[in-house]
Each structure stands twice: as structure tokens, then as C-alpha cells.
Design a protein around this ligand. Structure first.
Ligand SMILES: *Cc1c(COP(=O)(O)O)cnc(C)c1O
Length: 389
């Protein structure tokens, strides 16, 4: 079975060393030494002055909205993971969607101004697949209308923009260290800001508003993370350069192998070093996307439709048509990409896609019901192909 992603895991003994130290100290959570060390090493690695490690990426987004005291309407993208919109609604604001750029799949800055009303307080945009938005254009609009900018940078670990970590941009940037992300701490996330006052505010919000054991500076919730997750972060941070390099190699191999298929890939922002967080393919037609996914699934290879559905069709928002996004959602899928993916497996994925396109394979319905048998057949075929290598 080849899933769309597999978490990177350090050697068990690397993790065990940290666990032993936790057992020795019996300090499990509440700003422990591993958590402090992790925050410090993260700042060093990213070249960033201020950040806070929190329980997950969704909380990081909610914390950003809360700390900026946003009200009313927030302009956002329909093409992202559900957490981008749900955080806005959860914090009592209204998402207002702006369609995406057909080349990058990021929010289209040329359409933002038309969506601004007197109730607009901010722009919350996602750097889709780790590819930065048009940050300069977005900032110019924000400055002109006095809006705050939050970036959902959940895909962005390792991405640089103009020689700085992309986390440096916007009033607040939020990221996720969930197990499905290229750098993870099992569960976890972080907020980044250049403003020390904002950082302090978020520090209180993260920890019940505590300002001392029996003192409270403000309202707060429990958004902390713990020693165990920080330990995984410390382990994985030692491997992250190797993870980034391997993803680049695998992605370049995909590009070469797939250059003749009827599909295209996102246009990468010129001002950055890309992190190859995902391998999205925009098929020319929805039919081809469906057929390829079907054929791959028969071989027990699982892609994932990042992102479907469009967030502008969620049941709890004012539903609107977003022509570019609605079209992309139908045709896009992410191919398997993870550290331990082998080159023969990657070749096999490409071969199945090519074959599906070239022979225009359709599976009769009655055969679909015997999916297991077909999968076995295909597996035999795959093993034959592998033995050819
Ligand atoms: C993963 C993800 C999130 C949520 O992060 P969690 O750590 O799982 O809460 C938010 N936005 C995007 C774009 C993501 O991919």
C-alpha cells in the first residue's frame, strides 16, 4: 500500500534518549525544558526572533485571529484545508471568499479590493502547498485599507521568501507541525510575529491568561504543547535538511517522468526556495483525474484531493461560486510524496498514470465490485515490472 503521505520517524533510540530525560525529571508539560529548548532551536533553524509553540495549527490560526482582535469580515481563500475557514467562523467572524490565481492556486490579489467592505478587518491567506502567495501585493492592499494580514503557513516549513523564512511575513503567520506535514511534532503548531507586544499577548492567551501562579493578565485558554511532542520536534529538527533534500529529489523525478501527461503543476513563486511539501497534479479534465485515481487505487496507491471541497461550499458559510477554484477542485489531486517513498514505487505511480491516459482505461462497473481481484492482478503486474528494474 502506498499512502499519500507517511510521517517521518526518527530512530527509536533517538527519541528514547529524550524520554529517559523526561522520566528522570518527571516534568511532562507546562513550559518544560524540552519545550523551551525546542522553541529556541526552531528560532535558530528558521532565523526568526519570535515564535510560540502551541498545541496544533488550527489553534495557531484561532490564536492569531483572537490576538489581533478581529471583528466582522475576513477576506480569505476558498482553496485550503477546512481549518482556514473554520477558525474564522469559530472566532465569530465572517469569511468572505476571493477566488484563486489559476497558475499558483493562491488567493488572487487582483480580486481582493473588490471584496473589501467597511466591515473588513483582515486578510487570511494560505500559502498553498508551501508556495508563497503574492506577499508584496497583499501587503500593499492591507496597508492601503488598514487591514491586518494573517498567513496560514501550515505547508511552509523550510520555504524561504526573499531570503527570509516565509513565516516572517504578515502580522502573524501560523503553521502546523501535524504528523502529515513534512516537519512534525506528532501534533503541534506555532505562531510567528515580529511584534513583541503581540507575542506577549499570545503568550497569555496560550496559557489561561496566567501572569504568575495566582495572577491573570487576560482571558486565556489552554493552547500549550508538552514535553513529549517537543522531544519529537527536537529529533526531527536534526533530520529536516535531509527530509527537504529528499523531497526535492523525489519531486524532480516526478516532474521528469510526468512531463508528457495531460496535466500541469503549480507555477512556483520566483522569490523563494520551495520546500516540495506536496506533489499536486492539475489534470486537464476531471474525467482523467478520476480515472487515474481509480487505477492507482486498484494498485493500492492512494492520492488525496487537497483540497476538496472548496471552502466556499461549506454548509456553515454563505455559499458563493468561485469559478477558478471550483474548476481546480474538480481536476486536482496530490500524488504520494514522503521521505521513505522509493524511486521504483514513484516510477510505478507514473507508469500507471501514463497507461491510464494513453489507453483511456475505463473499468466496467461489475469489475469495480471485484476490486480486490483486480488489485491482486495489478499487484502481480507491478511485481513483474519491478523485477524488470
Ligand atoms: C494541516 C493544516 C491546518 C491545520 O493544522 P493542524 O495542526 O492539523 O490543526 C491548517 N491549514 C492548513 C492549510 C493545513 O494544511
Amino acid at each position: 500500500m502506498i499512502p499519500v503521505t507517511k510521517p517521518f520517524l526518527p530512530r527509536e533510540d533517538e527519541f528514547k534518549e529524550y524520554l529517559d530525560s523526561i522520566w528522570e525529571r518527571q516534568w511532562l508539560t507546562n513550559n518544560g525544558p524540552l519545550l523551551n529548548d525546542f522553541e529556541l532551536k526552531l528560532k535558530e533553524y528558521l532565523g526568526i526572533r519570535h515564535l510560540l509553540y502551541v498545541c496544533n495549527g488550527t489553534f495557531a490560526l484561532q490564536l492569531a485571529i483572537k490576538a489581533l482582535e478581529l471583528k466582522g469580515e475576513i477576506i480569505t481563500t476558498p482553496f485550503s484545508y477546512v481549518a482556514t475557514t473554520s477558525s474564522i467562523v469559530w472566532e465569530g467572524c465572517e469569511p468572505v471568499y476571493v477566488d484563486i490565481d489559476p497558475e499558483t492556486f493562491n488567493i488572487d490579489p487582483t480580486k481582493i479590493e473588490a471584496a473589501i467592505t467597511p466591515k473588513t478587518s483582515a486578510i487570511l491567506a494560505t500559502h498553498v502547498y508551501g508556495n508563497p502567495c503574492d506577499i508584496d501585493a497583499i501587503q500593499q492592499i492591507a496597508n492601503r485599507y488598514g487591514l491586518k494580514v494573517i498567513y496560514d503557513a501550515a505547508h511552509c516549513f523550510g520555504t524561504m521568501y526573499k531570503n527570509k523564512s516565509v513565516f516572517e511575513y504578515g502580522d502573524i503567520s501560523a503553521t502546523s507541525f501535524h504528523s502529515t506535514k513534512l516537519f512534525h511534532t506528532i501534533e503541534g503548531g506555532a505562531v510567528f510575529t515580529r511584534d513583541p507586544d503581540l507575542l506577549k499577548k499570545m503568550l497569555y492567551l496560550r496559557n489561561f491568561g496566567h501572569n504568575g501562579p495566582e495572577e491573570f493578565a487576560s482571558l486565556g485558554v489552554n493552547g500549550k504543547n508538552c514535553e513529549f511532542h517537543a522531544a519529537m520536534g527536537l529529533c526531527n529538527l536534526k533530520h529536516v535538511d535531509e527530509i527537504l533534500a529528499q523531497r526535492k529529489l523525489l519531486s524532480e523525478h516526478y516532474f521528469t517522468r510526468l512531463k508528457n501527461i495531460n496535466a500541469r503543476f503549480p507555477k512556483l513563486n520566483q522569490n523563494k526556495d520551495y520546500n516540495y511539501a506536496y506533489f499536486p497534479v492539475l489534470f486537464d479534465t476531471e474525467e482523467l483525474r478520476i480515472k487515474c485515481m481509480e487505477q492507482l487505487e486498484l494498485a493500492k496507491i492512494y492520492c488525496r484531493r487537497y483540497f476538496s471541497p472548496a471552502l466556499s461550499t461549506l454548509p456553515y458559510v454563505k455559499q458563493v461560486k468561485m469559478p477558478v477554484c471550483d474548476d481546480v477542485v474538480k481536476r486536482i489531486s496530490c500524488l504520494p510524496l514522503y521521505h521513505s517513498l522509493t524511486f521504483p514505487d514513484l516510477d510505478m505511480i507514473c507508469r500507471i498514470i501514463e497507461r491510464t491516459q494513453n489507453y483511456n482505461i475505463t473499468i466496467p462497473t461489475e469489475q469495480k465490485n471485484f476490486g480486490v481481484i483486480i488489485a491482486d492482478k495489478i499487484e502481480t503486474e507491478i511485481n513483474d515490472l519491478k523485477s524488470l528494474k
